[in-house]
Design a protein around this ligand. Structure first.
Ligand code: SIN
Ligand code: CO
Length: 388
């Protein structure tokens, strides 16, 4: 993707301009980001998804048994017939993993690293419906899919911002509106993290939210240290062979802190370790149970491809790769594999090609390392045979 090509999706800005001036900084409204957009999913189909056990969904009813009542899915067929005429919202998470046409929308966001994208959440709201004024800790592109929604934006927030007393929802007690727009199908609003926003449906309304993954510093520290700790021998300890005599015996002196910092830094500065952890963490699948692997022999894979079979990425898989000196690391759905540098084009193919088949795999099938990699990805469930 060329960073200097203006994109309709960004209202004519180039990716470079958008990243410089808006990304993580300020909101951007784009009229007709997706011209003549028609929602690939109807409200009934969205409601249908929320009946499934494996799908995360929520209903928020503004005037329910308590203000802003939250109900969690999976829902039953009759859950929707008992709802009030207005002022409620159904939200369904990660619809891209269940509806290929929704996953295709993400192709338009390839000017951003794909491992930063989390999912596409879709909401359906009856007139007046919304989830209340709130802020999110991640970036979001809000694409109007159907009907109209009035978006109001407000102040920048943080964990000190006052919230309503609610057991489950983080609704702002104080919303200081700075701007508002009415969005029609195809219009899109980009919001940086922590910006207060409040969307209210004007009519029957569907909104697609492309959300991003950004681990908190606390998650990074907890998970990274857990990961590193697995590799550390018990004898690696705080050590002070340079200990000097004198000083108060109860005092922890500054040189102790230096030694401690040295012990930590030794691991924090290990790029291989940091990259291995980060790639695995950022590619953790949301629904690991949807990755059903298949144990295949090398000859069976060859035969299937010879007979015209095609391999595709499982919609629940997450793939990314990185360079580590002369070597490469492939991250597939939470697992990292160190590979030879000569496999670079194969990794690009695995991460990008719409399908893998005898033709585009031909240069690789004779190489043992490549063949083994394909079998491992099939076994893990990140790659699967296409249906037809
Ligand atoms: C919605 O679609 O109603 C809510 C999306 C959001 O505010 O993040
Ligand atoms: Co939000």
């Amino acid at each position: 993707m060329n960073a200097d090509t203006p994109l309709q999706l960004l209202g004519g800005l180039t990716p470079r301009q958008f990243l410089r001036d808006y990304w993580q900084k300020k909101p951007l409204l784009v009229r007709q980001a997706f011209p003549d957009f028609e929602s690939p999913l109807s409200p009934d189909e969205l409601a249908g998804l929320s009946l499934e056990d494996c799908v995360e969904s929520r209903l928020i009813i503004e005037h329910g048994v308590q203000p802003w009542e939250l109900r969690r899915g999976p829902f039953a067929e009759d859950s929707f017939s008992q709802l009030p005429e207005r002022d409620w919202t159904l939200l369904v998470q990660a619809v891209d993993q269940f509806v290929p046409e929704v996953a295709e929308l993400l192709e338009h966001f390839r000017f951003l690293p794909s491992w930063r994208i989390d999912d596409v959440m879709i909401s359906y709201a009856a007139p007046g419906g919304g989830v209340g004024p709130h802020f999110d800790n991640y970036d979001v592109f809000l694409l109007q899919g159907h009907g109209h929604r009035r978006w109001r934006i407000g102040q920048m927030c943080d964990s000190d911002s006052a919230l309503l007393d609610h057991p489950d929802l983080r609704i702002l007690a104080d919303f200081q509106q700075t701007d508002e727009w009415l969005l029609a199908p195809g219009d899109m609003l980009y919001l940086p993290p922590r910006l207060a926003h409040y969307g209210i449906a004007e009519d029957d309304c569907m909104t697609y939210s492309v959300g991003f993954r950004a681990p908190s510093a606390s998650e990074v520290l907890v998970h990274f240290t857990d990961f590193v700790a697995q590799f550390l021998p018990d004898e690696e300890r705080y050590a002070d062979a340079d200990l000097q005599p004198g000083g108060e015996p109860q005092q922890i002196q500054a040189d102790a802190l230096q030694r401690l910092r040295g012990l930590l830094n030794q691991h924090l500065q290990d790029d291989r370790l940091l990259m291995a952890w980060f790639g695995q963490f950022m590619t953790e699948p949301r629904y690991p149970e949807l990755l059903q692997g298949e144990d295949l022999q090398a000859s069976q894979l060859q035969q299937a491809l010879d007979e015209g079979a095609m391999l595709v990425r499982n919609p629940s898989a997450r793939l990314a790769w990185a360079e580590l000196g002369d070597e490469l690391m492939l991250f597939a759905s939470g697992q990292g594999r160190l590979l030879g540098g000569e496999l670079r084009e194969l990794l690009q193919l695995l991460c990008q090609a719409p399908a893998l088949h005898a033709d585009n795999l031909a240069p690789w099938l004779q190489q043992k390392e490549a063949h083994t990699l394909l079998l491992e990805l099939i076994k893990q469930g990140s790659l699967e045979f296409a249906d037809e």
